[in-house]
Design a protein around this ligand. Structure first.
Ligand SMILES: C[S@@+](CC[C@H](N)C(=O)[O-])C[C@H]1O[C@@H](n2cnc3c(N)ncnc32)[C@H](O)[C@@H]1O
Length: 376
């Protein structure tokens, strides 16, 4: 039996909930429908995410079909600029948001738009990739960053299998540039997950030196191993670490990246379902974990070593408050101005903390902070 993109989108919406985020339900269900042409698979994703982007407007409609139709009409009205700011602020995000962060009209409007798909070409190869990959476009952005607006299934392209590019959000790419690891250094990516930032660090290090990659979730590290093999990134060692004071190694590092678990409010454009499942309690709990992670790894830096903290969220608890806590409890560190980055005609960095809003780079919201361990 052949299913339409609409039927599959309905199946995803029915399967999604707090226990099963929509992006995961989407991945699982699309895997079952491998026969679906790439164009239709993108139509499923668009329909699902449009639904959750306009979720608070849909409650009076009785059926999923009717809600999906209304969400499409709302997206058209938004594109025609006929939905007032006040209505967007009241309905596009949960009410608790304004208690935990600065809510601007620009941010809320950015959340209602479809996100850009960003690629990161292997160092120095973006010009060649632009020629080879239909749909790849110059992004006027960070070095090696390309936008992708094509319909090709990127995972099936020979360039992807040859490790010539990764799909990586632009703000996540900025984190790698802010780490600025040098070939031959020793780094620790403490929350390496499936390796998005590790692959960038390895590329910037020209595969020379060593990166310890740890995560609490062993299954994520297994995916990381598959990705590193494809990208031909060999200068790493993986170890499970649960974030506790019992560290996986006694090594002293030139740099440590804590890409910490967070509430993810910076990803609400790309992943609108999370707006309706994340809570203010999550924000508090995750902020406590972030403080603990920084405290536990601080002594693993060499004197002069760099500590980079990154979260794809914008709440005060998980950004400036974490920085204040670290500064108040760790006398052996000084704030480190992050390297200067040029993107979208603007300069970022040169300060010890940087906040990217989705409207700045056309990517996730992200907060980054840097410190240097004082020479003793
Ligand atoms: C923001 S994600 C990391 C994304 C990854 N660095 C990348 O670029 O693809 C945060 C990661 O922290 C891990 N994590 C959650 N709690 C942790 C803890 N207490 N200790 C270590 N890792 C943890 C999660 O499994 C998740 O992979």
């Amino acid at each position: 039996m052949r299913f339409s993109a609409h039927d599959i989108a309905v199946e995803v919406i029915r399967a999604a909930g707090r226990e099963k985020p929509a992006d995961q339900a989407l991945r699982d269900i699309l895997k079952k429908h491998r026969e679906l042409p790439p164009f239709d698979a993108s139509a499923v994703s668009r329909a699902v995410f449009t639904y959750y982007r306009w979720h608070a407007w849909l409650r009076d409609e009785r059926t999923v079909d009717a809600r999906m139709r209304l969400s499409r009409r709302l997206a058209e009205r938004f594109a025609a600029n006929t939905i007032p700011h006040a209505e967007l602020r009241a309905k596009a995000i949960p009410t608790w948001t304004s208690e935990v962060m600065e809510v601007s009209n620009e941010w809320v409007r950015s959340l209602q738009q479809e996100p850009t798909l960003w690629l990161r070409a292997k160092s120095g190869t973006s010009a060649a990739l632009l020629q080879q990959l239909p749909g790849a476009e110059q992004g006027n952005s960070l070095p090696d960053a390309l936008r992708f607006a094509g319909e090709t299934d990127l995972f099936k392209t020979p360039e992807f299998h040859a490790g010539e590019f990764e799909i990586q959000d632009i703000a996540s790419q900025a984190v790698g540039w802010f780490c600025a690891p040098k070939p031959g250094e020793t780094w620790w990516d403490t929350c390496a997950g499936e390796g998005g930032k590790l692959l960038h660090l390895s590329d910037l290090m020209q595969n020379k030196g060593l990166i310890w990659a740890s995560d609490r979730a062993e299954w994520r590290l297994k995916t990381l191993k598959r990705r590193t093999a494809r990208a031909k990134a060999f200068n790493y060692r993986a170890a499970v670490w649960d974030g506790s004071a019992k560290l996986p190694t006694k090594t002293k590092f030139d740099g440590i990246l804590v890409d910490a678990p967070c509430s993810g409010l910076g990803t609400w454009q790309r992943n609108p379902h999370a707006r309706w499942t994340t809570t203010a309690k999550d924000v508090e709990e995750l902020a406590a974990i972030q403080k603990q992670l920084l405290t536990n790894v601080a002594n693993s830096l060499k004197p002069g070593g760099r500590l980079i903290f990154a979260v794809c969220t914008l709440t005060r608890n998980e950004t400036v408050d974490v920085v204040d806590h670290f500064n108040a409890t760790q006398s052996g560190f000084e704030p480190l101005p992050l390297p200067e980055l040029q993107a979208h005609g603007r300069t970022f960095g040169k300060t010890p903390t940087v906040t990217f809003w989705p409207q700045d780079l056309g990517g996730n919201g992200m907060f980054i902070a840097g410190w240097r361990r004082k020479q003793t």
